[in-house]
Design a protein around this ligand. Structure first.
Ligand code: SF4
Ligand code: SF4
Length: 686
């Protein structure tokens, strides 16, 4: 039977009437959201579209986003997978067996063939899993209540899970009654699907037709209700997330969290001061947010009681767009400021300056949302358009402009660290690698020891290296992350010219911030040379046999701290661990938060130069995480991490018990301790 034809022409009128109404609401809202998106600046999101489409489709089918979270031992992702797979299968079912089959009155032939039987079997099997996924979501949200969804037990969230739970029930009712009144899915000689068959016993042949009509309309009403509300609720994450995945910057050679360049000469405004200054892709990010709170869970600022919550930043940008969108389309002034203390829908300045740009939020986000470029774009507006920034940054900016280093130390002091290691100047044609020491390695007393250690390691391996000495200038990392793009760009162009004039083609750094800036940010301006961080370079020297280590250096229990700009931003995770194993004979002990899930030291994103006056100090929180594994040595690979860890260990009065060493220092100790190898001597002589 066809529940539509049983009602005569009115059945079809009702069916198509409500279907067109729901589809109309869906399309109208979709069009409205699309127009708001178009308010944003165009960007390059359509490059490599074929490859991205293929990747997006695969990601959708395998629910890659949820695998990311399962990898973090978050079992909620499993429930979401069942719901998503079920949703995809149901979409095919609606299209083929409801819209085409029932809607056009051809259900008899459509429901008596092999495809229908196989499909009802599939739905029968997936249906309970969808219900389990939804029930699991409801239990977690209202009974288990993990902290990251504590503030999200809204009516909307509960209602969405309710619709997911009820929807398969209506489907089962429909098939069960079909079986009960003697018109089961038939074809291919297969039996009837198990769950629906079991449920059919609760109906009699007499009452089943009436119930069948009820379940049909209940099912379709739920489907259309969901279709109508998609654009108004967090269901929106599903279509927006799929498009976002396709358009996201995860293409080969695109650095994570890539920042947009500014055309200093030709642009009238800089950074993002109103919501339409974001790019369209950045705005799409906000539609894709599923409010899962993974970013909030990962954020070091949020977890040390700062006012910054990356989930809320994304929510506020979206709210601001939805609120101001209609006015901006009509060329009217916005009714709510983007950067202001105006509650939900605005992001406060204080929030923006708390970010360490550690990218833990982006790493954790299942929807590939990029928080950091948005935060930096808003910082750019504050710095360049409104000259508003924490007072400490004024000193940083002045030091950078006047002395080309954040400490403001005379440039003539830059190469003093090198006196004891016989560093030579870089000479094109004679020197292979430029050792870009960086400002910390040149001026900070503790990091200068790391520079000397690395120089000794390079010498021990016979590497041909040289320095720029007093000609070296800051790479500009802190300027770029704090939004001072003017000075950054000026400095970067001077540096690029210097490197080109000197004939530099290969660079070694000891600082992940210099490494990432020279490798990724400079490349965004067309400067492409080989840049190596000492962790990967030293690992290579060991692998090539140029550094002989006997694995006997005793550092006690050694723990390795992943620097954000080395691990998360640039994927250098195994190399330092392998080197520690080569030096000490065993791999480092791991903190709970390690590798790409590492916890920031608190100094990135220009936070090194700002006061930290709210909540627990981030470096104290990270040191505590290290203390949880009771180390004798904390190994780092970044000058900022070195400073932050040493300060944290001193503050805990543990400096006598715990050593904080850079990887280069550990290797230098091992090289010194090991008997001189003939190969090494030969290499040095080369
Ligand atoms: S980059 Fe780090 S500090 Fe900034 S919002 Fe993301 S997780 Fe928080
Ligand atoms: S931004 Fe990403 S991680 Fe954060 S709540 Fe939204 S979807 Fe979840």
């Amino acid at each position: 039977m066809n529940p539509l034809s049983d009602l005569g022409a009115w059945g079809y009128i009702l069916f198509w009437g409500i279907t067109i109404l729901a589809a109309g609401i869906f399309l109208y809202r979709g069009f409205q959201l699309w127009r708001y998106l178009k308010l944003g600046r165009p960007d390059e999101t359509f490059a490599h579209l074929g490859r991205r489409l293929a990747r997006g489709t695969i990601d959708l089918i395998i629910q890659k986003c949820q695998f990311t979270n399962l990898g973090r031992r978050n079992r909620a992702g499993l429930g979401h997978m069942f719901m998503a797979w079920g949703f995809l299968l149901f979409v095919v079912y609606y299209t083929v067996f409801i819209i085409i089959s029932s809607g056009f009155g051809i259900s008899e032939p459509m429901e008596h063939n092999g495809f229908y039987v196989v499909y009802t079997w599939i739905m029968d099997i997936i249906g309970p899993f969808i219900m389990l996924g939804a029930a699991w979501g409801i239990i977690r949200r209202y009974a288990v209540r993990p902290s990251r969804i504590e503030q999200q037990r809204t009516f909307e969230a509960g209602f969405i899970l309710f619709t997911v739970l009820v929807h398969p029930i209506t489907h089962f009712g429909k098939i069960a009654t079909q079986i009960a009144y003697g018109n089961p899915p038939a074809g291919l000689g297969l039996g009837t699907p198990p769950v629906s068959t079991w449920l059919s016993q609760f109906y009699s042949a007499a009452n089943a037709p009436g119930w069948h009509v009820f379940w049909f309309w209940a099912h379709w009403a739920f489907v259309l209700l969901v279709l109508g509300i998609i654009g108004f609720t967090r269901y929106l994450h599903f279509p927006a997330g799929v498009i976002n995945d396709v358009l996201t910057t995860r293409q080969p050679k695109t650095p994570k969290g890539k920042l947009g360049n500014i055309d200093v000469k030709n642009q009238a405004t800089f950074g993002v001061g109103t919501v339409n200054n974001f790019t369209r892709k950045q705005l799409l990010d906000t539609y894709a947010c599923v409010v899962c709170g993974h970013c909030q869970d990962a954020c070091p600022a949020y977890n040390t009681q700062k006012p910054l919550n990356p989930r809320v930043v994304i929510r506020d940008i979206k709210q601001n767009l939805l609120k101001n969108g209609p006015r901006l389309l009509n060329k009217q002034p916005v009714s709510q400021l983007l950067i202001a203390d105006q509650g939900p829908g605005s992001v406060s300045e204080e929030v923006l300056w708390e970010c360490t740009t550690c990218a833990a939020c982006m790493e954790a986000c299942p929807m590939y949302i990029e928080h950091v470029p948005k935060i930096i774009d808003m910082r750019r507006h504050l710095v360049q358009m409104r000259a508003k920034f924490p007072p400490e940054l004024l000193t940083l900016f002045e030091n950078m402009e006047q002395r080309s280093n954040p400490w403001g130390i005379a440039p003539g002091e830059r190469a003093k660290w090198a006196a004891d290691v016989a560093a030579k100047p870089f000479v094109a044609g004679q020197t292979e690698y430029l050792y870009y020491v960086g400002c910390a390695g040149s001026f900070d007393s503790r990091s200068k020891q790391v520079s000397a250690a690395l120089a000794n390691v390079l010498n021990a391996a016979g590497v041909s290296w040289g320095i720029l000495g007093t000609e070296e200038k800051c790479c500009g990392d802190s300027l770029r992350r704090t939004g001072n793009e003017f000075v950054f760009e000026h400095m970067m162009r001077e540096n690029i010219k210097l490197y080109q004039d000197k004939g530099v083609t290969k660079i070694i750094t000891q600082c992940p911030h210099c490494y990432s800036t020279l490798k990724n940010d400079y490349a965004g301006y067309g400067f492409k040379v080989e840049v190596r961080h000492h962790t990967e370079f030293i690992r290579q020297l060991i692998a090539e046999g140029r550094l002989k280590l006997d694995g006997r250096l005793d550092l006690g229990t050694t723990v390795f701290h992943d620097s954000c700009y080395l691990g998360r931003y640039n994927g250098i995770l195994d190399e330092p661990r392998e080197t520690i194993a080569a030096v000490t004979g065993r791999p480092p002990v791991e903190m709970t938060k390690n590798r790409t899930n590492s916890f920031c030291c608190g100094a990135g994103g220009g936070r090194m130069w700002m006061e930290e006056s709210i909540g627990t100090r981030i470096n104290h929180a990270r040191v505590q995480q290290a203390l949880d594994v009771d180390p004798n040595t904390v190994c780092v690979s970044c000058p900022y991490c070195l400073i932050m860890f040493e300060d944290g260990v001193k503050d805990q009065k543990l400096a006598d018990r715990i050593k904080v060493l850079d990887l280069a220092e550990i290797v230098a100790l091992a090289v010194k301790a090991a008997p001189a190898a003939p190969e090494r001597s030969a290499a040095v002589a080369r």
